[in-house]
Design a protein. Structure first.
Length: 467
């Protein structure tokens, strides 16, 4: 946390960083900043923070926290679900395992019945004991009947395994028909990434289109057209209350570099995008210029998780630096230092960093390790993000990137991992917690950590350019 006093007169940015459910925490913080009238000139995002940044840039952050907004709407639990083909194949394999486990379960039941019969015989209930023993014998005979165990059970298990393999092969064949050089080949094409980010991208695109079109009953156009309208709307209204500059950082897997998508006002736009024909143009895309068709591409790339989801393919224009090439884009969880550098290059003097990853300040504050796949993956992701954010803050402080100060809003405790879109159990409070509660926690933390102690101590905030 910066020791510099907050000043509403300085050029200010909000940086939203995190993955998955962290977007709900961002929404709560944005709501608090909106209510407090905190002036913001630029909103930057990495990961799910790109979603909040795109809404906040066009005076639409309320669509994130409202009762029917993005993070409170029904169906939010479908974000980052298992890929349909893996889910179907998994159910088929579960049926196969159940078929193979059925004889073992029956044998265990027969053993329990004989034990009960023996106890009944010792207790003097000989008649009941004989009845239970006879029932166990009939069940055992039915299990090893030639028409059951040797034929039906193995065949059912084999059919289930064949169905699982057929599902994976069909999905791989379908993908091969439209495969580019980026698609996996061989056995990798049968499985692919375990999670699916398409639902997150589709919901975000639909919500942005509803905001852009307003009350006009217009059917949603293509993603490229929505991107163009978004960029035009933001460029035409920069400087108006509720509209602010946008900066998104995602990673180009093929070029092996982070790429900044930004829409800035002058003179900051000329400072950032001024050099033409140099190598720097490869990692900076002007959304107000030739890159205006890539606003949703930037969002889709930021929502893609490395290894967990398939990367998003961006096809560049023939006149762009990459001359019409198609590149894979995904989020890089450790990109926080790059985001802060780009924000500083855009002329920002003070920054408010928002992260849903709690800071581990000392010993005896560890949480029990998660046992599920989503939980373990989320723990690794949060650890990478936290370390990256710590490095970025230290680097910004040593280089003096933000003379007005660097402030942060982070929870003291967050029981939900990035993939816990259905909520999760909190051991500390001994109850289930939902994503909606994470919105409220972000709202409270923003007031407790920034608005009351820092903004309140520095005087009244400006009345313009509020979130």
């Amino acid at each position: 946390m910066s020791e510099s006093p907050y000043s509403p007169a300085l050029r200010t940015a909000v940086v939203l960083t995190g993955s998955g459910t962290a977007g709900a925490y961002h929404a709560g913080v944005l709501r608090a900043l909106h209510e407090a009238g905190v002036r913001v000139d630029l909103v930057a995002g990495r990961g799910i923070g790109a979603l909040g940044a795109m809404f906040a840039s066009i005076d639409g952050s309320a669509r994130l926290w409202e009762a029917d907004g993005f993070w409170r709407a029904r169906g939010i639990e479908t974000l980052y679900g298992w890929r349909p083909r893996l889910k179907a194949a998994g159910w088929a394999l579960a049926v196969a395992v159940a078929c193979l486990a059925l004889p073992v379960a029956v044998l265990a039941g027969v053993g329990a019945m004989y034990l009960i019969a023996w106890v009944l015989a010792l207790a003097g209930a000989v008649g009941v004991s004989v009845t239970v023993s006879a029932a166990a014998a009939r069940l055992l005979a039915a299990l090893f009947d030639p028409g059951a165990l040797p034929t039906i059970v193995p065949r059912l298990a084999m059919l289930a395994c064949i169905a699982a393999m057929a599902i994976l092969i069909f999905a791989a064949w379908h993908a091969r028909r439209r495969r580019s050089r980026h698609e996996a080949t061989g056995w990798a094409s049968l499985i692919g990434a375990p999670l699916d980010s398409h639902e997150a991208v589709s919901r975000a695109t639909a919500a942005l289109w509803d905001l852009i079109r307003g009350a006009a009953p217009i059917a949603a156009p293509t993603a490229r057209e929505i991107s163009r309208r978004y960029a035009e709307m933001l460029a035409e209204n920069l400087g108006q209350p509720g509209f602010r500059e946008l900066l998104i950082v995602t990673h180009d897997v093929d070029a092996r570099r982070d790429v900044t998508f930004a829409l800035l006002s002058e003179p900051h736009r000329s400072r950032v995008f001024g050099r033409k024909g140099s190598g720097a143009d490869a990692d900076k895309i002007d959304l107000a210029g030739t890159g205006r068709d890539h606003a949703l591409d930037a969002l889709a790339g930021a929502l893609g998780l490395p290894l967990a989801t398939d990367p998003h393919i961006i096809t560049f224009a023939p006149e762009a630096y990459w001359r019409g090439e198609a590149h894979r884009f995904a989020d890089r969880p450790s990109a926080a230092p790059r985001v802060l550098e780009e924000v500083a290059a855009a002329g920002v003097e003070q920054v408010i960093v928002v992260s849903a990853a709690p800071a581990l300040e000392g010993p005896h504050a560890l949480s029990p390790a998660r046992g599920d796949a989503r939980g373990r993956g989320g723990e690794v992701l949060v650890a990478m993000e936290s370390a990256s954010l710590r490095d970025g803050q230290a680097s910004a402080a040593s280089l003096g990137l933000f003379p007005g100060g660097l402030f942060q809003v982070r929870p003291a405790h967050n029981p939900l991992g990035p993939f816990d879109v259905r909520g999760g159990y909190d051991l500390r409070s001994d109850r289930e917690q939902t994503v909606a509660e994470l919105i409220d926690r972000g709202y409270e933390d923003a007031y407790r950590q920034f608005i009351e102690p820092i903004v309140g101590a520095g005087g009244e905030p400006a009345e313009q350019k509020v979130l």
